[in-house]
Design a protein. Structure first.
Length: 91
């Protein structure tokens, strides 16, 4: 898959075949609150949400931010990726 994760304030996204998958976040000071993950039904099963979530965590790490995994998908992803748990917070 050639799609590149893109970033603009408030979201990370991928465009595939005219459709967009995204992770929506709110930044508050040193906290990145991941609020929503969406993958259009025709694109599901391609690990796009995982790629977007990884990009959000990489961004947080690079910028010294903590992550609040408000999104249920993000919480589940964190549970299966213990290497990022040190970046999470509940505030």
């Amino acid at each position: 898959m050639d799609s590149k994760v893109e970033h603009e304030p408030g979201r990370f996204f991928l465009r595939v075949g005219g459709l967009e998958a995204e992770v929506v976040y709110e930044r508050r000071g040193d906290v990145l609150d991941i609020q929503h993950t969406w993958t259009p039904p025709p694109l599901r099963g391609r690990e796009l949400a995982a790629r977007l979530t990884e990009a959000a965590f990489a961004y947080a790490r690079e910028h010294g931010l903590r992550v609040v995994p408000t999104c249920p998908y993000t919480r589940a992803w964190v549970a299966s990726h213990p290497e990022v748990r040190g970046l999470t917070t509940d505030r």
